[in-house]
Unconditional design. Sequence first.
Length: 201
Amino acid sequence: MFYAQITIADVVITLSVHVQNSIVCTKINVTYALAPINAGTHVNNAEFKITNASGINVTDNYDIKVDFGILQIDHRQLTISTDSAEKVYDDKPLTAKKHTLVSGTVAPGQKMAVTVTGTRTDAGQSPNTINVVILDSAGNDVTDLGYRITKQTGNLKVLPRPITVTSKDASKVYDGTPLTKHEVTLSGTIVSGHEWRCTYT
């Protein structure tokens, strides 16, 4: 009886062939069907052929059991942070363009393209967002193929511009007519190009 046990795990191939309790020298040619590049779990699939000492294909004479191994490529972990910034409202965008690679490295021959996109003009706060793309040597985007990116975004905070509007006091003895005092003062400054109006109610 002829039988063979072939194990393919990573790049290790083991072949044992028995004929009537004697070991026979044979040759196995293996062609790997997959050479994965991208991160993930891949079956180490292969095609193979068994030949005898005369070079004749005798694969069909074997009851072959194949145990395909697993090729595991883990994602590269990157952590990138952006700065925070704060100012009083001036009707101009608040940005903080600096970023820092906190941990991790890109693969050899690849590069990281970073754009800090966070901006805030109105009073309030929002994250200092960032866009990260990893490019291979040909300029192709491989971000999702091999990387896990953690973004530690800073905070952009615009404080309300403080001003104080004060209306004047007035008094009189009742005479049946309205009492008005259309005079106000403004403490603080408004942004250049803005104007303020007061409507008396």
